[in-house]
Design a protein around this ligand. Structure first.
Ligand code: ADP
Length: 505
């Protein structure tokens, strides 16, 4: 079976008609397209217009000599394979032709097989060259693609408005984008390579980067966030992830840095606005409340019961508004960091006793028992504004009373060890479903179900408690079972002895 070379064009250049036709026949049978020319000029003319891969060139022709034609063909396209046809006596010419770049030669006269063998060889060479070229093109394309991909990623990184920093597992910076340098006020030309501490003057941030680089915080649902202030003016929020290699080993961290200064300023303006409005509303509302109380007190029996009811409702509402305003002002003060106005050493056990006495009276009206259990008679002194501590425990115990049905029980137990003091306010009331537990510490969040719908409140008590505890370095946690009750536990740090007064006799 003969190989098919239908895309290959071969030109036969010979002034002898018999040879031309003989070659054409053989080559066509081999599956090639054949063009013929009788003279060198004609051959060169055809080459300019038609793609030809192989030329069979007789060196002995009238007109321009075969050698010259060979040279010109090489000039037109040096990929063309030229097989020269030589006479017996012209071996030297054949060698010369090979030196001039001919691919092969075939002496005259030749048999069809001799021609076929030479042409087959040339075709194979062509095939190999084409494959090599194809491979080379593909390799170049892959390289070009990779290059484009790389520069695309670089462009994206460089255009990102958020700062991006990538470190290795030792916390050394491997890459920073321009926004990162800009955020930190660093030289735009600053190069990576140093430990993260050399770029960011915030230890908390550097610790986060180091922890991430070494494979901490791997849970994708719980990516750590860290906020910090630089030079007292710019607020930043950082979020990051560890970078893992193919074998899941930790190779470093990638951290995104956002400038949240504008948000912080807005938040502050909002707080100031709320504080101002609340402050302005408090006095007129208190006046209305007192006046309503007065009118109600003066009402005598002959007035219509309906008027009395309306006025009593109005008084109740103004009372609700006044306590909302009180809570808002407290929150503003906490946010502005002005909570500890008169810090002094406080005896926690005494403070708890007085709150329990005060609120216990209120609970009695609802046949509730408020019990205080102290593990020790004397607690370590705690230096803080007593109003702050009263607000924390007052809020928790009031909630326990409010969200427990008549006849229930509220138990406050307190104790301490060398590190912290703990107070648990436990009730056997309505309890809170697990899905609300995170949110009850958010501003204005209130659980509204059949049992709690009619209990008035602002949803600001627990955020206040949380804010105050933050300012004291304390924490709060909650455990609750719907229908059984809740337990809020406060932890306060035991302060250094230098901060406390000597125990009183
Ligand atoms: P408020 O009591 O003014 O609504 P809080 O911030 O103090 O606001 O409490 C938020 C919500 O948490 C309450 O609305 C209530 O649903 C729930 N909650 C707080 N304490 C308790 C408790 N001891 N038992 C049951 N639910 C509670």
């Amino acid at each position: 079976m003969e190989t098919q070379h239908d895309t290959i064009s071969i030109m036969v250049v010979d002034d002898e008609k018999d040879i031309q036709e003989g070659c054409e026949r053989i080559l066509t049978r081999m599956g090639c397209r054949v063009v013929t020319a009788s003279r060198g000029e004609e051959a060169l003319h055809i080459l300019k217009h038609e793609p030809v891969s192989i030329v069979l060139l007789d060196l002995m022709m009238p007109g321009i000599g075969g050698m010259e034609v060979l040279q010109r063909i090489r000039k037109i396209d040096d990929q063309i394979l030229v097989i020269v046809i030589t006479g017996y006596a012209t071996i030297d010419t054949a060698i010369e032709a090979m030196k001039q770049g001919a691919y092969d030669f075939i002496p005259k006269p030749f048999t069809p097989d001799q021609l076929r063998i030479r042409v087959e060889r040339a075709l194979e060479k062509l095939q190999l060259t084409r494959e090599a070229e194809k491979l080379d093109r593909e390799r170049r394309k892959t390289l070009a693609d990779l290059d484009t991909e790389k520069s695309r990623i670089r462009t994206i990184l460089e255009s990102l408005p958020s700062g991006v920093v990538v470190t290795n597992s030792q916390g050394q910076v491997a890459l920073m984008n321009p926004a990162f340098l800009l955020h930190l006020g660093l030289d735009p030309e600053r190069s990576p390579g140093d430990p993260i501490e050399a770029y960011v003057p915030d230890q908390g941030f550097c610790n986060l980067v180091l922890e991430l680089s070494q494979g901490k915080h791997v849970n994708p649902d719980d990516l750590p966030t860290y906020e910090f202030v630089l030079h007292g003016e710019k607020h930043f929020q950082a979020r990051g992830r560890p970078v893992q290699g193919e074998e899941m080993e930790y190779q470093g961290a990638v951290v995104v840095l956002e400038d949240i200064t504008a948000l912080k300023v807005l938040d502050q303006v909002k707080s100031e606005f709320v504080a101002k409005v609340s402050h302005e509303l408090r006095s007129p509302l208190s006046t209305i409340h007192e006046q309503l109380a007065m009118v109600l007190g003066e009402m005598v029996g002959d007035e219509s019961k309906n008027d009395q009811y309306i006025l009593a409702r109005a008084k109740e509402k103004t009372h609700g508004l006044i306590s909302l305003i009180g809570d808002l002002l407290d929150l503003s003060r906490i946010e502005a960091g002005i909570v500890h106005q008169e810090p002094k050493p406080v005896r926690l056990e005494e403070l708890l006793k007085s709150i329990v006495d005060f609120l216990g009276t209120r609970a009695k009206g609802r046949r509730q028992a408020v019990i205080l259990e102290l593990s020790e008679n004397r607690f370590p002194l705690f230096t803080a504004d007593p109003m702050v501590l009263e607000s924390i425990f007052g809020n928790l115990i009031t909630n326990a009373i409010n969200y427990t049905p008549d006849g229930g029980e509220v138990k406050i137990s307190a104790g301490f060890n060398e590190k912290s003091m703990h107070v648990t306010v436990k009730d056997n009331g309505f309890g809170i479903e697990a899905r609300h537990l995170e949110q009850i510490f958010e501003r204005f969040y209130r659980v509204k179900d059949e049992k709690t719908r009619y209990i008035t409140g602002t949803g600001l008590g627990l955020p206040i408690v949380k804010g105050l505890l933050d300012s004291l370095g304390g924490t709060i946690s909650v455990q609750s079972t719907p229908g059984k009750g809740s337990a809020f536990t406060v932890l306060l740090p035991v302060q250094e002895p230098s901060e406390t007064l000597p125990a009183q006799p």
